[in-house]
Design a binder for this molecule. Sequence first.
Ligand SMILES: Nc1nc2c(ncn2[C@@H]2O[C@H](COP(=O)(O)OP(=O)(O)O)[C@@H](O)[C@H]2O)c(=O)[nH]1
Ligand SMILES: [Mg+2]
Length: 454
Amino acid sequence: MRTDTIAAIATPPGEGGIGIVRVSGEQAFPIAERLFRRRGGSKPLQSHRAYFGVIVDPAAGETLDRALLLPFRAPRSYTGEDVAEFHCHGSPYLLRRVLELVWREGARPAEPGEFTLRAFLNGKLDLAQAEAVADLIRARSEAQLRSALALHEGRLSQQVHALGDELLRLLATVEAHIDFSEEIGELDPHTLIHDLQSLLQRLDALLEGAQAGRILREGARVAIVGRPNVGKSSLLNALLGEERAITTEIPGTTRDTLEESLIVGGVPLVILDTAGLRESADVVEQMGVERARRAAERADLILLVYDLTAPDWDADRALLESLPPHTPKLLVGNKVDAAPKRQQHARSVFPNSVFISALTGTGLDALQEAILTALEVQRVGEETPTLTHQRHIQAVAEAKRALEQTREALRQGYPPDLIAVDLRAAWLALGAITGETADETLVQRIFRDFCIGK
Ligand SMILES: Nc1nc2c(ncn2[C@@H]2O[C@H](COP(=O)(O)OP(=O)(O)O)[C@@H](O)[C@H]2O)c(=O)[nH]1
Ligand SMILES: [Mg+2]
């Protein structure tokens, strides 16, 4: 366990009403005593109080700022160590000066996420809750905020703990049969299989909302594809409510994939406008087409746009068939303003079409609704899914695989030591979520994504 003292500016760069320098570690209080002059300064600092005073450079005898000092005594602090927070005026220059003073007095620069890492190492929060801290900071929508809070409050962790306890109980039973099979008789596979079934059901219930959960957190990637000139770029602009992509009547204008974020019904979307999909002799356009295909492959949802004023049903059908088969798709008949009568025929070719005009805005609300439905996130308001991180989803899926293997091994009548191996694998997989069974590399990778000062 590291006990050196770390310090960083905890507020974002730039001018602000206040700026905070955070110090954590054994030297936090002594450093604060040396740098902060307050009334009644001969009495020791009390935890969880706000002191008003001045920050001074003791070497130069110079006053830097009138500020607040908030001391938090271990273990009742964010990191679980002694923490001192200097709440200064929000000048980047001033904060830098204060930070350098703190360093000079014996702290060292904190690494990204190091305050939260220490909180994790001191048992103030588990790994999933630490990840939720980063989610909270990055939340840009109601749904993201709500799922980050639920994760931070430990909703997933509690379920993982309950499942882990149950797994350990089963493991103990199985292991008893390895060591004392003579005393306690043969392992009864039926009870064990029964217990496994109920565990598997609980894992399935978690996985059910996982896709929607991941999309809520990361944002859904929605690729707009279609032949040239059908109005893909116009649709992007219409969804954004501004001119972001260049639109022209000349086919092949969009040659690269354009990415724009927006929030629809509380759900963050990343919309990708792509080059028109067609055979082209132009090398640059060919590259654009290639990128469009790749964008479609990585998308959570594909909007296939076709042109009601200039239909080419065979080409559009062929295009539809060339798209990744397992990705959900929406068929969008555009330019309904210029060819309203074609809707009927279009419906006979592509029955589930949404008809819009990217020019006038007709049908855009219905399209947004259809997008949320296709992504299966339309019920965001009611309940937030528990699994929102790809890492957690993978861990649960891995635990599920291991339990299915355990069940199979039991059915085959394998000996208890082999059963125990599979059960243990499931427990290890689940424990990585909360960090109980996470190795150092994983922990490091997670905290590397944090910002400095958090
Ligand atoms: N009448 C009409 N014209 C449209 C509509 N959407 C796009 N256009 C026109 O169709 C042409 C091609 O649009 P663009 O967005 O560049 O198509 P892209 O090649 O698929 O990106 C432009 O001249 C647009 O003004 C629409 O809803 N109605
Ligand atoms: Mg375009």
